[in-house]
Ligand binder design. Structure first.
Ligand code: ATP
Ligand code: MG
Length: 647
């Protein structure tokens, strides 16, 4: 591979030095054979039996895939299985005393569960839910922080064949009520409260308000997380008392059809209103188990840690279902990375000798901002593989992650996927593929994508376009299996395709570099610039911790580029301004030089840590903000309005 192919233009994206996977990693990797892609290609769709065969089926599927060019599609038709059985029961003969779950609280309190203990708790709670009258038509809403009772509730639901709908614990009562009403959910599992950055959040109060706000009657189970003296009135139950009553009961896992729903989840709400997504039992679990094994390289003996919140799809797939399906030890952390100190995560990796760590670019950029001395204080040599997901990761952050967390040794996988895809679709296979910092990699074996223009026509290699997924995949949700599509995607062309609405450029090796949301691309005087290309150039300037770039109206030039920049501590803004302008002019061109550079201590972000560019555009244009329920730090908007208009 020669460096410098990239987007085919002389831009920041075109310098792509490739790194081979280290041989010590390849020798132990779950996937070592580079011909896997070819084999999957020759054998599609039957290649996906490799994923299904990681699971235990109560009834073997009749075919791997059924469908023609058009939906409806079916994965593993005829097959029946239970997700809780696959994550617990089947591991007991070999691993009953191995840890399934290590939980660490915000101030160092901890609890762990062996597979046998987790099995018992899940069975007892499943028995309790069954006794409360929960049936397969119900949806159990779960409004819990990162406590062990969260995965226990999910697995108890799965055991009964009942859908769960986990709502991120930091959401407001209104956001909870809206989701419960949209799903018609009549059961809610929550807790008294929890600590966030040292202060208590009154979770039950929020749950009470949501319960009053929804039309349907709701039964509530309350976990005692903080020992608060909360009032449990009519319709409320105490989790521990329920559990006590059913301790020792074994609940027969209910086999579900492969395409029966396992759970409902809503998308993050970064670009607009959150969308409801229903994932299947067989296809989803197979895809998640297979990618946990081949991309995250998880082995049963590993201690594995994904630092996402279970409230997002990443936590569902890669804290709970994937790792437990493979029988590994998964870490659950209820706290923030900077409390009590900014070395909290590194302390935990050191203490538990974590083998594989999976996090998000937003977290990595925060670690960079805080400084490399925090990880340097700890022994991180247990780490074998690092992963990232959630947003494009620029080269500088990628390299920092590998250097300062991975000791310059660990491979890094940049995994692209979405709530709607259920599991990873694009990534390198860490034992087989070379890595190109800043580029996610190829579509996984068995996944087919294309890059198209707005009319849906394939663009030339090296030209930026929109990603489309051109073949079904096992983790696809129910609505896509049935042929419903989201948003505008439905109106484009006749051929079946899924439009994730992400911009991308493909290099000569088939590697995909993500350029940001299609809707965020900036058009200046007829030229399109990707947010990722601009942002990674700005973020590449030493002293810049984080940057977001949007197009907004300008009285003289029409659309102009606005850069919002969060500097590292102690940097001179005037100096940075010049450096940023020079870097953009140099890497992309004079035309792309930001018209305005606004310095800010923080950027508006979703509760899952993604930059909400539409709010920056609204601020720059002095417009209405629209739905900000997903916004984590509303205070920053007032500050930005002032700095943007005073510029
Ligand atoms: P909403 O759909 O409600 O606007 P959202 O798209 O942020 O919210 P998610 O499903 O959590 O909700 O996020 C998926 C999106 O995150 C992808 O479409 C993509 O834009 C981005 N993303 C995820 N992983 C990567 C990655 N490795 N590289 C680039 N972008 C990524
Ligand atoms: Mg989305």
């Amino acid at each position: 591979m020669t460096p410098g192919k990239g987007s085919g233009r002389d831009t920041a994206l075109s310098e792509r030095p490739a790194l081979d996977p280290p041989s010590w990693f390849t020798e132990q990797a779950n996937v070592q054979d580079p011909s896997i892609t070819e084999r999957f290609e020759d054998d599609w769709p039957d290649c996906w039996a490799a994923a299904a065969d990681l699971l235990e089926w109560d009834r073997e599927y009749d075919a791997v895939f059924r469908g023609s060019e058009e939906p409806p599609f079916e994965w593993f038709p005829g097959g029946r299985l239970n997700a809780s059985y696959n994550c617990l029961d089947r591991h007991l003969p070999e691993r009953k005393n191995q840890l399934a779950l290590i939980w660490e609280g915000h101030l160092g309190e901890s609890r762990s569960y062996t597979y046998r203990e987790l099995y018992r708790e899940v069975n007892a709670f499943a028995a309790a839910l069954r006794e409360r009258g929960v049936t397969q038509d119900d949806v159990v809403t779960v409004y819990l922080p990162m406590v062990p009772e969260l995965p226990v509730t999910m697995l108890a639901c799965a055991r009964l064949g009942v859908r769960h709908n986990v709502v991120f614990a930091g959401f407001s009562a209104d956001a909870l009520a809206e989701r419960m009403e949209r799903t018609g959910s009549e059961y809610l599992v929550t807790c008294d409260g929890y600590y966030r950055r040292g202060s208590a959040v009154a979770q039950k109060n929020k749950a009470d308000n949501a319960r009053i706000a929804v039309e349907q009657a709701v039964e509530v189970v309350v976990v005692d997380s903080l020992g608060l003296d909360v009032h449990l009135g009519e319709g409320y139950h105490d989790y521990d008392s329920l559990l006590e009553r059913h301790r020792g009961t074994d609940v027969e896992p209910v086999p579900r059809a492969a395409d029966d729903p396992l759970f409902r989840i809503y998308t993050s709400g970064t670009t607009g209103e959150p969308k409801a997504v229903d994932h299947t039992t067989g296809g989803y679990l197979a895809h998640v188990a297979w990618t946990s094994q081949s991309v995250l390289d998880i082995k049963p003996d590993d201690t594995y840690w994904c630092s996402a919140d279970i409230g997002w799809i990443t936590g569902h797939s890669y804290i709970v279902y994937g790792p437990l399906a493979l029988g590994t030890t998964t870490v659950l952390y209820n706290g923030t990375p900077d409390h009590p100190e900014k070395d909290r995560l590194w302390e935990l990796i050191d203490r538990y000798a974590v083998d594989v760590f999976y996090t998000a670019p937003t977290a990595i950029r925060a670690f960079m901002k805080w400084g490399e001395e925090y990880p340097a204080e700890h022994d991180l040599s247990s780490l074998r593989l690092l992963g990232t997901v959630g947003e494009p990761i620029d080269r500088r952050a990628w390299e920092w992650y590998r250097e300062h967390i991975g000791g310059g040794e660990c491979p890094v996988v940049d995994t692209w996927w979405q709530t709607e895809t259920g599991a990873i679709l694009v990534s390198t296979l860490p034992g087989v593929d070379e890595m190109k910092p800043g580029s996610a990699g190829k579509p996984l074996p068995g996944i087919e994508t294309a890059v198209v223009d707005p009319a849906g026509q394939a663009v030339e290699q090296g030209t930026a376009g929109e990603l489309v997924v051109t073949r079904p995949w096992p983790g696809m949700p129910k609505s896509l299996l049935a042929g419903e599509r989201w948003g505008e995607a439905a109106t484009r062309g006749d051929e079946w395709r899924y439009y994730p609405e992400d911009g991308v450029v493909e290099d000569d090796d088939g590697y995909l570099t993500f350029l940001g949301r299609v809707d965020d691309a900036i058009n200046v005087a007829g030229r399109r610039f990707s947010t990722m290309e601009l942002e990674s150039t700005v973020a590449g300037v030493p002293g810049v911790a984080e940057a977001a770039v949007v197009g907004a109206d300008h009285p003289t030039t029409g659309t102009a580029i606005y850069a919002y920049v969060s500097p590292e501590r102690g940097r001179s803004e005037e100096h940075l301004r010049e450096e940023i302008e020079a870097a953009v002019a140099d890497a992309i061109g004079e035309m792309a030089t930001p018209r305005e550079i606004v310095f800010t201590p923080d950027l508006p972000k979703t509760r899952s840590g993604k930059v909400m560019r539409r709010l920056l555009t609204a601020v720059a244009n002095d417009e209405e903000l629209g739905d900000i329920s997903a916004l984590r730090n509303p205070a920053i908007l007032g500050e930005l309005r002032t700095t943007t208009s005073n510029r």
